[in-house]
Each structure stands twice: as C-alpha cells, then as structure tokens.
Write a protein that binds this ligand. Structure first.
Ligand SMILES: CC(=O)N[C@H]1[C@@H](OP(=O)(O)OP(=O)(O)OC[C@H]2O[C@@H](n3ccc(=O)[nH]c3=O)[C@H](O)[C@@H]2O)O[C@H](CO)[C@@H](O)[C@@H]1O[C@H](C)C(=O)N[C@@H](C)C(=O)N[C@H](CCC(=O)O)C(=O)O
Ligand SMILES: Nc1ncnc2c1ncn2[C@@H]1O[C@H](COP(=O)(O)OP(=O)(O)OP(=O)(O)O)[C@@H](O)[C@H]1O
Ligand SMILES: N[C@H](CCC[C@H](N)C(=O)O)C(=O)O
Ligand SMILES: [Mg+2]
Length: 490
C-alpha cells in the first residue's frame, strides 16, 4: 500500500512524497524491516527519537515523530501526538480486523472479564478470541505477548491475523498504560466495559484522578461513537464512568445490585459455586455459576453485558454463564494438602484484589485462612503496606514472601509490606513460604497463594542483569502438597 493512500484514509497530514510502498510498521528500531514506517516516541526510559538514524539504516522509509525531531534519509511525518498519528496510520494498513471488537478496562478483573466474554461467545457458536495478560487466546491455543496490552504494531497485526483465521469476535484488555500510550487505536470498538477502580500503578499515574482519566480514554475516545458502555455500577467509580460514557453519547448498560442492564438480585454461595438471581430486560433468570467469589460474579455479569450489547440472545447468554470455565490463576484450586486443606492460587496484586480473593474464600473456611503473598518490585510502592493490611485483616495467618522483586532489594519490599501486617511471618523464598503454609495447614483450613496467578517466572534484577527464574505457583503448590517443597530455590 502507498504511504499517500494510508495517510489519506487515516486523516493524517499527507507527507510531501507519498509514493513509498509501505511494508509494515515498527516502534522499535530493532524490529524495523525495509519499507517500514517507524514511530519515534519519547518514552519513560529512553527517547525513541534517538533511534531514528538506526531505524532509517534498517530500511525505514518514513518516520512519525514530533515536529522538532530530526529525520534524515526518510520522510518525516510530523505529529504533535506521534503515538496517536502512528496508530491511526497503522490501523489503515492492518486490515481486515474482526467485525465485533469489545474492550475491558478497570483495576481488577480485566483479564477475567475479557476471557469470560470470549468463552460466552464461543459457547454461542461464534469464532472468538481474547487479548490480554494471558496472551492471545482462541479456541485452539493461547500465545503470550508479554504485556497486557501489547504495543500498537503487535496489537493491530494480531487483530488482522485473527480476522484472517476467521475470528469474528474479540474481547481485549485495555490497561491504563496501554490507553495512555495509544496502544490500541484506530479500529471500531463496539463496546467498552469498566469493572472497578482502586489503588494500583500510582508510580506511573500522578494520583487516582489521573489514573481514572487514563482509563476513561476508553469511553471518551476509543469506543466507537455509537457504541455501548458496560459498567459495574456497584463500584464507587462506576457512576463517574457512566457520566463520562453519557457525555460522549455512548449507550450505558449498568450491571450490579444497582444495575439497569443486568440487576443482581441475590447471590448465594454453594460448595462448588454460587446461585444467582438476576433481572435483564424485565425478565428474571436463575443462574448456577460454577465459580466461587463475589468478584467472579461481577466479572461474569459484565462479560454477559458485553455479549448482550453486541447482539447476543439473552437466554443463550445466561445459559452460557452457567457453563463458564475457571480462568487460569484466578481462584484456581491448585492442590489439596495432605491435611485435606485446599490450596488456591490467585492473581491478587492490589489491596482491593487481596480483599476480594480473601472474601471469596472466607465462606468456605471452617478453620483458618492462611495467606501467602508479596509485592512486585519497580511497581507502585504505596500499595505495599495497604496490601499487608488487607491480607492481615482477612486472614488468620499471613506469610509475606517475594513476588518479582525486579530491580529492587527483596527484603526492603517485604519490610514495606510487613509495615501493614506486623504480625505476619516473613519467608523470602517463595517455594519455602508456600511449603510452610501447606505444611502448617490443618483440615478445615484454606491456603491462598496470591500475586502471581498464571505467571511462569520470578523476575529478579533489571536491565542487563534481569533474569526470569522459572516459577509457577500452581506447580509449586502441587509439589509442596506432595511433600516435595522444602528445598529452597529448586
Ligand atoms: C512504562 C511502560 O508502560 N513502558 C512500556 C512502553 O515503554 P516506553 O514507551 O516508555 O518506552 P521506552 O523503553 O522508554 O522507549 C521509548 C521508545 O524507544 C523505542 N526504542 C527503545 C530502545 C531501542 O533500542 N530502540 C527503540 O526503538 C521503544 O520501542 C519506544 O517506542 O512501551 C514499550 C513498548 O510497547 C513497552 O515495552 C514498555 O513496557 C514496559 C516493559 C513495562 O513493564 N510495562 C508495564 C508497566 C505495562 O505496560 N503494564 C501494563 C499492565 C498493567 C496492568 O494490567 O495492570 C500492560 O499493559 O502490560
Ligand atoms: N471484579 C473484581 N473486583 C475485585 N477484585 C477482582 C475482580 N476481578 C478480579 N479481581 C482480583 O484481581 C485479580 C486479577 O484479576 P484479573 O487478572 O482478571 O485482573 P486484571 O485487571 O486483568 O489485572 P492486571 O491489571 O494485572 O492485568 C484476581 O485474581 C482477583 O484477586
Ligand atoms: N500487570 C501487573 C502485574 C503484577 C503482577 C505481580 N506479580 C507483580 O509483579 O507485581 C503489573 O505489571 O503491575
Ligand atoms: Mg490483566
């Protein structure tokens, strides 16, 4: 495709010479191939503009960069917001895309909701995929992308690949980082969902209002003008999210005890799940959700909302909700200890998520709830003590351990968590911590191992010295339950 044609379609200022034939798009000079358009963006670590000469040497024929950037040997497409201009242009190149795309944002529950949306569509016989923290998941496979919201070039190329495979329905996870860096733009998004907002990522966003504003780009800019906004309205930020959606003219569909789209009337925990009563479109439905925990109800109903606003039949949707499969690493029952105590793995890595995971397990505990968790390095430090408090408030025994220390001193991170949970035990080595919890558990107890969920490694160090040591909470819990846990760092 010619550069001039792409620019015209995208509504981007046309370059002086648009005759170049474009072969692809890249935002990292190391990934540039001959004929590519390079996006040069000032980043948090380095300035992408410094890599323009290398990108041109690698074959870039055009560079989208701020007007002040120096570009020699390729066309300069100047833009005040180069990430956005790049996204709009690239979106014209990566075609076709699936017909029905929806997006999920919120602090917790994005992955679960996107994955449940995919599952519901699949049960309705639609070719569906989800894109998020678990990677790109289709009925056949799951491929990791490394980030929750991949970079824009990967995102768009993935969408095109899915469309070519025949996938018509996609639910993707829009992280606040992704939204603020324009990592998913330029395609029609029929509906957006907002799950909740609570403390996270305040190392990247100035404060909660700034964090919320980043998330709300989904409603104010990303979702198509005639689209819908599915909102978990029982969250205190839900009402504000609804106001943002309405100001844009989106169709609000609220979900929750106060919801108009799906009203949750009753929720009763059962040994293997929960019985729900809901009302939608003036009709009552009884659903046996095969998953435990109030938080999974929220995610399942928001997922149902996304499929309803995009045209699926209510009776079939609610029937599918009753057949949802667990999402990997989200309240996943990993093992049963020799004592009979079940061991759950959950991806809770914020104070609110820890409270939600603990609240989910509480009704099933007759003895003690033993919680093992840590906090990630090079991430929001302010959430560490509140995570300690949340764990201590809901558990009978807390063991503070390591979770991806990255470039920080692991003991210092644990100390910050322990400030919120002064009575907790401290066992840095995660395998030993899990082994201790499982060894200590008696019949009637439940062990919760939180923070890593589906993750497959412990990230230690940063930059050139970064290592990802293989580590999977589910496998380790199984080994410890089988009595193989006591060797450190196996
Ligand atoms: C803070 C953050 O979001 N950083 C992401 C961001 O980096 P950045 O734009 O700040 O980039 P930078 O490293 O300063 O480099 C600037 C530019 O120079 C380019 N460059 C850089 C080096 C080079 O040799 N050549 C080159 O061309 C880079 O491609 C980039 O365009 O864009 C990069 C390319 O897409 C990402 O790899 C990087 O993710 C880093 C590794 C990361 O850890 N991100 C996390 C915090 C993140 O995004 N997490 C959210 C999940 C949050 C949640 O779900 O709760 C996510 O969506 O995954
Ligand atoms: N609706 C919810 N309300 C409160 N907590 C939740 C909710 N959904 C999930 N959680 C908690 O958050 C954890 C992560 O869930 P999930 O992976 O779906 O969220 P996410 O928003 O994708 O997270 P991330 O930002 O890391 O990608 C769960 O394991 C659970 O502890
Ligand atoms: N998307 C989240 C994941 C955190 C998972 C936890 N294990 C950690 O490392 O803090 C983040 O990048 O902040
Ligand atoms: Mg996620």
């Amino acid at each position: 495709m010619l550069l001039a044609d792409l620019a015209k379609l995208a509504g981007v200022e046309s370059p002086q010479d648009g005759s170049a034939r474009i072969t692809g798009f890249a935002i990292d000079n190391r990934k540039v191939a001959p004929g590519n358009v390079f996006g040069a963006f000032p980043g948090t670590r380095v300035n992408g503009e410094d890599y323009i000469p290398a990108a041109v040497a690698g074959g870039a024929v055009a560079v989208i960069a701020r007007p002040s950037a120096r570009v020699e040997g390729a066309l300069h497409i100047p833009a005040d917001e180069p990430r956005r201009a790049f996204a709009l242009l690239a979106a014209q190149f990566y075609r076709p895309v699936p017909e029905n795309v929806v997006a999920v944002t919120g602090t917790n529950g994005k992955t679960s909701t996107a994955e449940m949306t995919r599952q519901i569509w699949r049960m309705l016989g639609l070719r569906s995929a989800s894109i998020g923290t678990l990677g790109v998941t289709t009925a056949d496979e799951s491929i990791s992308t490394g980030l929750t919201t991949p970079d824009i070039a990967t995102f768009l190329a993935t969408m095109t690949g899915l469309a070519r495979e025949g996938v018509s329905h996609v639910a993707y996870e829009a992280s606040s980082h992704g939204l603020s860096q324009y990592r998913n733009e330029g395609i029609e998004v029929a509906a957006g969902a907002f799950t909740n907002l609570s403390r996270d990522h305040l190392d990247y966003h100035r404060d909660m209002d700034d964090y919320f504003a980043a998330k709300m780009r989904l409603f104010s800019e990303v979702v198509s003008e005639d689209g819908s906004a599915v909102i978990w309205i029982d969250d205190k930020w839900g009402k504000l999210a609804k106001a943002v959606a309405m100001a844009r003219g989106l169709k609000p569909f609220t979900v929750g005890e106060e919801g108009d789209g799906i009203r949750l009337i009753a929720r009763k925990p059962t040994p293997l799940g929960q019985d729900l009563k809901i009302v939608h479109g003036g009709r009552a439905y009884a659903i046996r959700l095969p998953l435990i925990g109030a938080y999974q109800v929220a995610n399942a109903l928001v997922a149902a909302g996304l499929t309803l606003v995009t045209g699926s039949d209510p009776a079939r949707v609610f029937d599918a909700v009753a057949r949802l499969q667990p999402v990997r690493g989200r309240l996943e029952r990993a093992a049963i200890a020799a004592s009979g105590a079940p061991v759950y793995v959950d991806y809770a890595h914020t104070p609110d998520a820890l409270s939600a995971a603990i609240a989910a397990l509480r009704p099933h505990v007759s003895g003690r709830l033993i919680t093992v968790f840590g906090a990630g390095g090079d991430r929001d430090k302010g959430k560490r003590a509140p995570m300690g408090e949340a764990a201590a408030a809901g558990s009978d025994l807390v063991i503070v351990t390591d979770d991806n220390p990255r470039g920080e001193n692991a003991a210092a991170i644990r100390a910050e968590v322990l400030a919120g949970a002064p009575n907790a035990q401290e066992i840095g080595d995660r395998r030993l911590a899990i082994a201790a919890a499982i060894g200590d558990a008696r019949s009637g107890d439940i062990v919760l191992v939180a923070g890593k969920g589906h993750e497959q490694g412990q990230i230690v160090g940063s930059g050139d010295t970064m290592q990802v040591l293989p580590f999977d909470d589910v496998t380790v819990a199984r080994e410890c339950a089988a009595g193989l846990g006591s060797e450190a760092g196996r």
